[in-house]
Design a protein around this ligand. Structure first.
Ligand SMILES: CC(C)(COP(=O)(O)OP(=O)(O)OC[C@H]1O[C@@H](n2cnc3c(N)ncnc32)[C@H](O)[C@@H]1OP(=O)(O)O)[C@@H](O)C(=O)NCCC(=O)NCCS
Length: 138
């Protein structure tokens, strides 16, 4: 994951996540719940300004729950919601090029690969990594 995701994850980080859905006309950030347990998160953020109508999309899932199709189902549902209820025409997701599972999730949620952003990321170990830009249009 990118460094934008806090680690260690504090109570304050959780509160900031909850605050994203406070006083907004439409919820954009959701918990992924399995059998009553919080297992992950998924959401989108419109860019605004000259990129009005476009937005970013991201998700994570606790390791224990990987490999059960949960992220795929969540990504399909939420990307559809962002493009319909969220009023976006374009939803973008950037992934580490090595993150094969996330690439598959996006492909199965009807995102298309648009390009390679060479040496775009530093991972948590400080290694330079390529990123892949995926997008889904309404
Ligand atoms: C990426 C992530 C969300 C995937 O969640 P998941 O629920 O395990 O994904 P799913 O089970 O829905 O599907 C994963 C797909 O990737 C495939 N996959 C899983 N691990 C893989 C690997 N190492 N190499 C290739 N494909 C892999 C699965 O086979 C499946 O595809 P298939 O249905 O065609 O067989 C989860 O691993 C995660 O949260 N990772 C850490 C955070 C992260 O990477 N977030 C995304 C940032 S862009």
């Amino acid at each position: 994951m990118t460094r934008a995701f806090p680690h260690p994850y504090t109570l304050g980080d959780a509160q900031r996540w909850l605050d994203l859905n406070t006083n907004v006309p439409l919820a954009r950030h959701f918990a992924i719940e399995v059998d009553g347990t919080l297992t992950g998160g998924i959401g989108f953020d419109p860019y605004g300004g000259e990129r009005d109508g476009a937005g970013s999309f991201g998700y994570w899932l606790g390791r224990k729950y990987w490999g059960r199709g949960i992220a795929t189902e969540a990504a399909r549902i939420l990307s559809g919601y962002a493009l319909k209820e969220g009023g976006l025409r374009r939803l973008e997701a950037l992934v580490f090029a090595e993150n094969a599972a996330s690439v598959r999730v996006l492909e199965k949620a009807d995102f298309s690969l648009e390009g390679v952003l060479r040496q775009h990321y530093l991972d948590r170990a400080g290694r330079v990594c390529d990123a892949l830009l995926f997008a889904r249009l309404s």
